[in-house]
Design a protein around this ligand. Structure first.
Ligand code: G3D
Ligand code: MG
Length: 243
């Protein structure tokens, strides 16, 4: 009887928890975004405009959205850390890919399936890096390839992983407060759509591109709302953890 009562109590008081993985190149604004989400949803969260330092290791925060928890992982975007991302893929319920809208040149890839970067160039970017596990997410050095191409390769590698198949992907065009930013529609058409529709796009998936300024907090609520609705929508594909 005690066990039954306890189970009913736990069932009635527990909530669904979904894990969200923040990915993107270094300096894209992932840590700033996590601070911004915390300041919106945690009563004791930090003020939005905080000085960030390059993330080594991980930052993780759980926010309570009333009917669910979102556990948000910021795992660092420097290329030496990207090879760790794959270990998070299987347990995450959605990926948020943060793009620095001011670090993409004109934001337009050359062609839908064109791959202007040769393996040799990727290799050249790797000369300073030891080891390797065959994962492009950990292989793109930025010193020999442009940031737009680097962003494209890294996004492709996230989509190509079997562990991210079927989960929602939100691309955030960050730093939209800056005058030198590339417009979201251009990032959507010139980069994201081409990657998603390209041969490494991994087929049909639930995705969206939204403009934000992680620093000012603009668009952050809309991004969280999108994630919230999509992880619930996909809960049979990837069930939440009960907490
Ligand atoms: P990362 O965690 O993806 O590596 P950070 O990126 O969150 O550390 O941010 C890198 C730099 O970009 C930081 O500047 C941060 O303030 C800035 N940044 C992040 N988001 C925005 C934004 O929306 N608008 C603007 N204008 N800047 C942003 P510093 O100077 O601290 O290196
Ligand atoms: Mg960081």
């Amino acid at each position: 009887m005690y066990h039954l009562a306890k189970s009913i109590y736990l069932y009635a008081t527990s909530k669904e928890e979904y894990s969200i993985l923040l990915l993107g190149l270094d300096n894209a604004g992932k840590t700033t975004l996590l601070s911004s989400i915390k300041s919106l949803y945690l009563p004791s969260g930090p003020p939005t405009a905080q000085k960030t330092v390059p993330t080594v290791g991980q930052n993780v925060s759980t926010i309570d959205l009333g009917d669910m928890y979102l556990k948000i992982w910021d795992v660092g975007g420097q290329h030496s850390l990207r090879r760790l991302w794959t270990s998070y893929y299987e347990s995450c319920h959605a990926v948020v890919f943060v793009v620095d809208s001011t670090d993409l040149g004109d934001g337009e890839l050359d062609g839908p399936n064109e791959s202007p970067i040769s393996r040799a160039e990727i290799g050249a970017g790797l000369q300073d890096r030891e080891g390797g596990d065959g994962d492009i997410a950990g292989q793109t050095g930025s010193q020999h390839i442009g940031r737009l191409q680097e962003c494209r390769l890294v996004l492709e590698s996230v989509l190509a992983s079997s562990a991210t198949q079927g989960i929602p992907i939100l691309v955030l065009a960050n730093k939209q407060d800056r005058e030198d930013c590339v417009e979201t529609v251009r990032i959507k058409e010139g980069l994201v759509r081409r990657v998603f529709e390209g041969e490494k796009g991994g087929g049909v998936r639930d995705s969206r591109v939204l403009p934000i300024s992680a620093l000012k907090g603009t668009g952050v609520k809309e991004a969280v709302e999108w994630i919230k609705s999509r992880v619930q929508w996909n809960k049979e594909g990837r069930p939440p953890v009960m907490r």
